[in-house]
Structure formats: C-alpha cells, structure tokens
Ligand binder design. Structure first.
Ligand SMILES: Nc1ncnc2c1ncn2[C@@H]1O[C@H](COP(=O)(O)OP(=O)(O)OP(=O)(O)O)[C@@H](O)[C@H]1O
Ligand SMILES: [Mg+2]
Length: 185
C-alpha cells in the first residue's frame, strides 16, 4: 500500500479553506404518516428562534411542504402555507415571521440573488427552504438540515437531520425529544 506523507502530518494551515464542519447533532426518525411529520415539524416551530434556518431536502412529494406546514403551526401562523409556486418565497405572520422559500425552479445561486430571495431579513425570523441544495452556497453555515426519503410503507418517511451551530443543535434536541416521545406512533 502506498503511503502519502502529506496525509500523515499536514500542519494546520489557518489560511486554508475550512473543511465542511461535522454537525453538532444528527439523528433520524421514521414518520408513519403526514400527521406525524407535521407533529415533528411543530416541535421545531415551537422551539425556533430568530435566525432559525431549516434546509429541506428530498425528492418531489417527499413531504417538504408538509414539514413546512408543521413548522408554521408551531409558530402560530394563521395563514395557509402552500408551496410558493410563482413567487419562490412566501411570508407569513406568526410568533416569528416565517419565510417559506421553494428553490426548485432556481437554476443556481445567481438566480436567488436575482430574485432577491435571501438577505438579512431572514435573520430576524424563521426561514424554511425547500430544495435547499439549489441555494446551498447562499445559506448561512448555521442551520438545521433535514432530508426526507421514502420508507418501506406508502406513508412512511425517514427524516434525517444534521444540526450546524449551537442554536440549531437545540432544535435537534427538540426533534430528538419528539422522536422519543412519539416512538411507535
Ligand atoms: N409520512 C408522511 N410525511 C409527509 N407526507 C406524507 C407522508 N405520507 C404521505 N405523505 C404525502 O406525501 C405528499 C408530500 O407532499 P409535499 O407537497 O409535502 O412534498 P414536497 O416534498 O414538498 O414536494 P415538492 O418537491 O413537489 O414540493 C403529500 O401528499 C402527503 O400527504
Ligand atoms: Mg413542496
């Protein structure tokens, strides 16, 4: 086997680009149906703070918008949360202002700049981004990433989370508590 001395003892270079940091918390939960997904998301809405950023991943029909609806409920949003089809971003009044972004139609980060989607205003409220990978380069490092994928049964979804930054690790704790509390349900 070849050895590469550079791997063995490369001194830390403070000028080098930082590698992707490890998440402070990660976990996953199986949702047995849409109500359970909303219930899990409500705990995030209740625990959210100004600057909370939820980056949602998963294919068409995974349940990203259902998750966004649950977050809205947890924020006491009264208006109807639907996919922001034509405007890319909807805003809702709640305990905190909810910015619901759907980046599906964006070609890349430059489009988001053009659309003026992401700016400092979101730092005062809660941002939920569907298809977050399309604007990943624009998102602050501190966030809660949630990937939704299909499970074995038709209504089963597996929600996997990764928290970056202390504030979002606290949200992961809330999700973990909801997972444990609803185990089997
Ligand atoms: N456990 C579950 N969690 C969430 N949604 C579920 C679940 N089981 C079934 N569903 C259904 O899956 C669909 C999810 O739709 P939703 O609009 O939330 O997906 P999406 O990920 O936002 O898709 P898109 O990328 O098209 O915006 C809904 O019809 C919902 O009823
Ligand atoms: Mg959606």
């Amino acid at each position: 086997m070849e050895t590469t001395p550079a791997d063995a003892a490369t001194p830390a270079d403070p000028g080098a680009a930082a590698p992707d940091p490890a998440p402070l918390a990660r976990g996953e939960v199986v949702s047995t149906g849409v109500e359970r997904t909303r219930d899990l998301a409500r705990t995030i809405g209740r625990a959210a703070a100004p600057g909370t950023l939820i980056a949602l991943h998963g294919p068409l029909g995974a349940g990203k918008t259902q998750f966004a609806k649950g977050i809205a409920q947890g924020l006491d949003v009264q208006s109807v949360v639907n996919s922001p089809t034509f405007v890319l971003m909807n805003e809702h009044e709640g305990r905190l202002r909810l910015f619901h972004i759907d980046a599906y139609r964006l070609e890349g980060p430059e489009d988001a700049y053009a659309a003026g989607l992401l700016d400092d205003r979101q730092l005062g409220g809660v941002a939920v981004v569907e298809w977050a990978d399309r604007v990943a380069a624009l998102l602050p490092a501190d966030r809660l990433e949630i990937s939704i994928r299909s499970g074995a049964a038709a209504d089963e979804r597996i929600l996997e989370w990764r928290a970056y930054g202390l504030a979002h690790a606290a949200l992961a704790d809330a999700l973990e508590a909801a997972r444990a509390g609803g185990a089997g349900g």
